[in-house]
Design a protein. Sequence first.
Length: 152
Amino acid sequence: MLRTDSPFPDVLRKTSEVALRIAALDERLDDQNWRTLTVGRKELLLPLRTDRRFREGARHVARFDLTHAAIRRYVAHVLRAVGRTQDERLTVPTLVARVRRLRETLEGSVVLARIAEARRTVGAAERATTAAEVEALRALLARIAEALRKTS
């Protein structure tokens, strides 16, 4: 039963749903590799959706002792191979953190000095490619800002 007075009801709901899905799979799958995985690793395999893929994924994860990041890449690869993509989960706090991290990484006189140095040492084609990527990022950030400013 979920506590309704919890400050994090969505976290409790998600945790309960994941626990139930994993418990059901633990009962259904008769696979030694699946049983040996930690709950965190099993959770990362949940997007695979079919018993066959769960078994193959568990075997792959156990065989290569994959990290969580490697499991995410593996799952994305399997889903692409079968014509599916993972839903990109993005919350506003995550977006803010990513944009802030990028801004903090790139702002400052040291970065500008290195860019000025690169302008003198890097070929015209590489400078043009870099400038095009910066412009594409600027356009994307402008679209994101515009979408956030819109009122319904």
